[in-house]
Design a protein around this ligand. Structure first.
Ligand code: NOJ
Length: 553
């Protein structure tokens, strides 16, 4: 099948189903709710939806613990509702990608239930090991979510590996039967009409032979033995060869700790593997470390230089060789306005951040609520948090400090229900929602944003429209200016004829900005800005707090 790489012209919207819209009045988001909002999604100018998991699941990790890969959970409306949404999306020219979570399953998956009883062919579907001769765990690896990465199973009389929650056992991808299962899943959804997959921690699926102890890493012990493991390219090539290459689909790999150079070994279009590139795009994490070290739970002061370096290095590193996936938010991180922008200048900074990434090269993803500038959630007690990852972080801290850390770092901030109106339950549901609503819903909601031509929402719409109109955004080269500035991020996109200049202030104060040499305002057209009154001389202006200007020269 010829690959059209349609995703290069797309803008995606990510839906985290539990909190998007409740359609049946039970307090939980569902597909009926999504169906109601398809026109809203379309109105943003997006033409793709990524669904976080919709499959049956006990919900230990909000659906990332799957108990049946070939069905849709009843609480979301079941398969019938999904097909309706899929058709409704396609009718509107919106493609749909699913979350493929095959590093691990739920412990309630039939495969695991049979594996623990050594029922073939499932006996070796998971990574089982006896204790070491001295009685200790099979190795010293850490789980990302809950203590050590091994759990004793009474029924089997062995430990199983779980890189995430205890109830998320890791699949044994070295077993060809497991890879056949993955291919069946891919084929099932592609035949049903979905357009591709976001592949959950897919770079973790191949573990180093012998599962050696990690004596080097102080935290996340073991990660160097399973991230980008020995057979990763081989397995991804196999999925490409046997299934993906037969469809004009897109794949997007979640890839912790990946640099642009490493990414090319997966996504290079110049030098793909024998069956085509392993993957089409990668979700890198560097753009999430503007205010932390490696993870949100190791906070640092926000550094614009670090953030710029992250974005710029991916722009430069992939240009002409591979394709970027662009994002500022998803269901795994706190809200971007509260991180890289300012709650005080909520609207201004949300718009600036939107323009900052929407004019770079790649396929942008917008996470539900980002388009109205939703902010972090600040509950009063730890007990109000739901997320398994959050609740296992730094449990040794005294409660006050722990709460402060969670306010800043928890991904639950991205999981509060979508704020549709100032009405009851923020218009999300007619019943008490499954999860707390951010207290600011009376000011921050879709209804309010629809009524205000200068809202964050309408700014997103304008920016997306412009992005689609200007070919330079898709194909132009990339050059950063004012590299060492701690206040401005300025970059140029150029096609040889025209130049697009994006100037973003990350300052809460007014700041003097001088145009890079070779530019003259009198020759450029201001095509997007987040303030009404803009001042300028031929080569300089005083930027308002979080001002963004996009010029076409
Ligand atoms: C990454 C997903 O995005 C996250 O939500 C999940 O908890 C882990 N992988 C485990 O599946």
């Amino acid at each position: 099948m010829e690959r059209t790489r349609w995703y290069k012209d797309s803008v995606f919207y990510q839906i985290w189903p539990r909190s998007f819209k409740d359609g049946n009045g039970d307090g939980m988001g569902d597909l009926l709710g999504v169906y109601e909002k398809l026109d809203y999604i379309k109105s943003l100018g997006v033409d793709g939806i990524w669904f976080s998991p919709l499959y049956p699941s006990p919900g230990v990790d909000c659906g990332y613990d799957i108990s049946d890969y070939m069905d849709i959970a009843q609480e979301f409306g079941g398969m019938e509702a999904f097909k309706k949404v899929l058709d409704g999306a396609h009718e509107r020219g919106i493609r749909v990608i699913m979350d493929l979570v095959v590093n691990h399953t739920s412990d309630e998956h039939e495969w695991f239930q049979k594996s623990r009883q050594r029922i073939d062919p499932y006996t070796d579907y998971y990574i089982w090991r006896p204790a070491k001769p001295d009685g200790s765990l099979p190795n010293n690896w850490d789980s990302m979510f809950e203590g050590k990465a091994w759990q004793w199973d009474e029924a089997r009389g062995e430990y199983y590996l779980h890189l995430f929650a205890i109830r998320q056992p890791d699949l044994n991808m070295d077993n060809p039967l497991v890879r056949e299962e993955v291919k069946k899943i891919l084929k099932f959804w592609l035949d049903l009409g979905v357009d591709g997959f976001r592949e959950d921690v897919i770079t973790f699926i191949s573990k180093k032979e012998g599962l050696p102890d990690d004596h080097l890493y102080p935290a996340s012990k073991g990660i160097r033995f399973y991230n980008h493991g020995p057979h990763i390219h081989e397995y991804l090539q196999e999925f490409r060869r046997d299934v993906l290459s037969k469809y004009d689909c897109m794949t997007l790999a979640e890839a912790p700790l990946v640099s642009p150079e490493m990414a090319l070994s997966y996504i290079s279009e110049e030098d793909p593997g024998p069956n085509g590139s392993d993957i089409d795009m990668m979700i890198q994490f560097q753009c999430m470390t503007g205010d932390c070290f490696l993870t949100d739970y190791m906070p640092l002061k926000f550094s614009l230089r670090r953030l710029k370096k992250a974005f710029t290095s991916w722009q430069e590193g992939l240009l002409g060789k591979a394709w970027n996936m662009l994002y500022l938010e998803n269901h795994d991180h706190p809200r971007v306005v509260s991180r890289y922008g300012s709650e005080k200048f909520r609207k201004e900074s949300a718009k600036m951040l939107a323009a900052m990434y929407l004019f770079q090269q790649g396929t942008p993803f917008i996470y539900q609520g980002q388009e109205i500038g939703m902010t972090n959630w600040y509950p009063k007690t730890i007990g109000q948090y739901e997320d398994v990852q959050t609740l296992n972080q730094k449990t040794w801290l005294p409660d006050g400090l722990r709460l402060k850390l969670y306010h800043r770092a928890s991904r639950d901030s991205a999981r509060t229900p979508m704020q549709w109106s100032a009405g009851e339950y923020a218009g999300f549901s007619t019943a008490e929602p499954w999860f707390s609503i951010n207290e600011n819903y009376k000011e921050v909601n879709v209804e309010e944003a629809e009524a205000d031509p200068d809202s964050v929402l309408n700014f997103y719409r304008r920016a997306i429209r412009l992005r689609r109109k200007l070919k330079i955004v898709k194909d132009g080269s990339f050059k950063e200016y004012d590299h060492s500035s701690g206040k401005f991020y300025t970059y140029e996109r150029s096609d040889g004829q025209h130049r697009l200049l994006v100037i973003c202030s990350f300052s809460e104060k007014e700041e003097l900005y001088k145009l890079p040499s070779g530019f003259d305002f009198s020759k450029g057209r201001l095509i997007l800005c987040n303030y009404k009154k803009v001042s300028r001389k031929a080569d300089r202006f005083t930027a308002h707090p979080y001002e963004v200007r996009v010029y076409l020269f």
